[in-house]
Design a protein around this ligand. Structure first.
Ligand code: NAG
Ligand code: NAG
Ligand code: NAG
Length: 212
């Protein structure tokens, strides 16, 4: 939440004062807020995630901290947001000021196509080199692990929960597994590619037999 607030706010300020920035922004949040207040548009933010109540806390926190900035946070799956961005571009529409998405493969292309404004927030030098563009066209705002098992403790003891993906092909789990479709999105496809890289396609065929 904290990350998303400061990230969004910083980029908001970028429009008025900066043309593409080469230096790391050293202004305080209050200074950026003061600069942003001189603009009159709505800050359009695309945030990748499951729609619904997600985002309400960010919306209310943003409104409290930056009451004079119009803020439009749209939470939707990244794979839909990225299409909106590309389609908007072809239609000559500006759809997002900030796009915080899981579909990270788009960002180098968007940079090449001239769709991104360079910006380096105060923490730019703290971000790992592999997680940012050196011109500031894009950067990671958060990193997290992915692919954990979630279980119903009334159905299985913690000690019996598999600790590796190889074990979920065990017939004792037949009919008891719920998984995202392997081709649901880029992140799931990547996870499956790692697992298959380790255990081979036989693992996938055995999994399919487990009535997932
Ligand atoms: C924002 O302000 C500029 C000039 O300051 C004006 O031309 C423009 O129409 C305003 N836009 C809106 C949406 O109020
Ligand atoms: C907020 O964003 C959505 C999605 O892009 C858009 O449809 C809507 O018109 C925007 N609303 C405002 C007030 O800018
Ligand atoms: C968990 O383990 C306890 C102790 O061995 C056993 O009594 C219980 O039935 C187990 N629960 C499940 C859901 O397997």
């Amino acid at each position: 939440m904290k990350l998303s607030l400061s990230f969004a706010a910083l980029v908001a300020g970028a429009n008025a004062v900066f043309s593409p920035l080469n230096d790391v922004d050293t202004r305080s949040l209050d200074e950026i807020y003061a600069a942003a207040k001189k603009e009159n548009g709505t800050l359009q933010v695309f945030w990748g995630g499951d729609a619904g109540a997600a985002g309400d806390e960010v919306r209310s926190s943003f409104a409290k901290r930056f009451p004079d900035i119009k803020f439009n946070l749209t939470v939707e799956l990244s794979k839909y947001h990225d299409n909106q961005i590309d389609r908007g571009w072809y239609e000559g529409k500006h759809v997002a000021d900030v796009a915080w998405l899981q579909t990270t493969h788009n960002y180098p292309r968007w940079k090449q196509e001239g769709k991104l404004v360079n910006y380096k927030p105060p923490t730019f030098n703290d971000i790992l080199n592999g997680e940012k563009d050196f011109d500031g066209a894009w950067m990671a705002a958060s990193l997290f692990g992915f692919g954990q098992m979630v279980y119903d403790s009334s159905k299985i003891n913690a000690s019996e929960v598999p600790t590796d993906y190889a074990s979920i092909t065990d017939p004792k789990f037949k009919g008891k597994l719920i998984l995202t479709y392997p081709n649901d999105d880029d992140a799931i496809a990547y996870l499956f590619s790692l697992i298959i890289g380790r255990y081979g396609y036989d693992w996938l065929y055995a999994l399919a037999k487990n009535d997932v």
